[in-house]
Design a protein around this ligand. Structure first.
Ligand SMILES: [Zn+2]
Length: 362
């Protein structure tokens, strides 16, 4: 899995899954020198293989949803005494310069989920100027202050047309790669976006969003076929699921809740081969105290996330092989046939004008 990587988000000293993993770090977690030193110690302890420093855009996104403002003042610290948050490309690059991650995501102002096409268009237009300005500023500052760190530009677009507008506005800017948020994006759109990015010879695509089986299969195929130098994905479900006693299937990452109220048939065995599940039955997971169960599930969930990514990659040598594998591992997954059909179309039309594929997939 040389060019397909999973980056675990939400990793900290209390709940890191296992060593020698890739991690995604948030600038807010590194807001002060003390916090930054803590992250450095954690990276050393975990022996993290690669590190992506996230943009902080997710913090802006969450605050906006709650009606909270995030200021943008280069002269002010990220977190003020009164708990206010302040972010600029300068802050993100300053942390990247000290943390020395593999890559840093340029600062962005993510698009909120909107109900209809008109509202989506208004949201995109409202934030386009600031997103382009921050992307350009982060890339230029990165080149000057930490040239060894790749800068990934987040594509804040909710449709293919918007992505075209976004990339057009960035033309002339030398970028190492992009981060592609896929909240609410279906498999057909993901295939279309990736095909366009491949045509534009983007070398690294970081897929940001829900780590589901189908999206992971699509990303694995693009990586395995060498259509990008690097394809990476975020993984947060390992921890989010564990918090709610969710056990991710080692076959297809479906989450199954196991707590003291769950009824488990005696015939159902835990067939996971991870080191945390050795001689562990579903019954013993059920009977464990919450904290013990949560930590064990964090380890299991993150291990199976890596394992499923690796299996998808190994089985993505051809599209037929991938289709068979997906059908075998997740026969009830409704989106799998859609993903396979979309990849098939993209393979046929990848060297043609992208509008033809867009007509087919949108
Ligand atoms: Zn396991």
């Amino acid at each position: 899995m040389n060019n397909f990587h999973v980056f675990h988000a939400g990793v900290n000293f209390r709940s890191y899954p296992f060593k020698e993993i890739n991690i995604l770090s948030n600038p807010i977690e590194n807001a002060s020198d003390d916090l930054l030193e803590n992250t450095k110690r954690m990276i050393k302890t975990i022996k993290a293989t690669n590190v992506i420093l996230d943009s902080g855009g997710n913090t802006i996104f969450n605050r906006e949803q709650k009606g909270k403002e995030t200021t943008c003042d280069k002269a002010m610290p990220i977190i003020s005494d009164k708990g206010k948050i302040n972010l600029t490309p300068h802050h993100v690059i300053e942390i990247a310069r000290k943390l020395k991650p593999t890559a840093v995501v340029a600062l962005d102002n993510p698009l909120q989920k909107k109900k209809n096409v008109l509202e989506k268009e208004m949201e995109f237009k409202k934030k386009l100027e600031i997103n382009i300005a921050w992307a350009k500023e982060t890339v230029k500052m990165g080149e000057k202050d930490c040239p060894e760190v790749s800068v990934l530009v987040p594509i804040q677009a909710s449709s293919f047309e918007q992505m075209e507008t976004f990339l057009e506005a960035l033309s002339g800017l030398k970028i190492s790669g992009v981060s592609l948020p896929i909240r609410n994006m279906g498999p057909r759109a993901l295939v279309l976006f990736l095909t366009r990015l491949q045509q534009l010879q983007i070398s690294w695509v970081h897929v940001l969003g829900t780590t589901c089986f189908t999206n992971m299969a699509i990303a694995a195929f693009f990586a395995r076929q060498g259509l990008f130098e690097v394809v990476s994905m975020d993984a947060m479900t390992w921890k989010e699921s564990a918090k709610f006693s969710g056990y991710l299937s080692p076959h297809n990452l479906c989450s199954h809740k196991i707590n003291n109220e769950t009824v488990i048939e005696a015939s159902i065995e835990n067939d996971c081969n991870c080191r945390y599940c050795k001689n562990v039955s579903f019954e013993s997971i059920k009977e464990a105290l919450y904290q013990e169960r949560m930590l064990a599930l964090c380890c299991h969930n993150s291990w199976v996330t890596e394992s499923v990514a690796g299996e998808l990659y190994r089985n993505a040598g051809t599209l037929d092989q991938l289709a068979n594998f997906m059908n075998h591992k997740s026969p009830k997954e409704r989106k799998s046939p859609e993903a396979i059909d979309a990849i098939y179309a993209a393979e046929e039309m990848k060297d043609q004008n992208i509008r033809k594929l867009q007509l087919l997939l949108e």
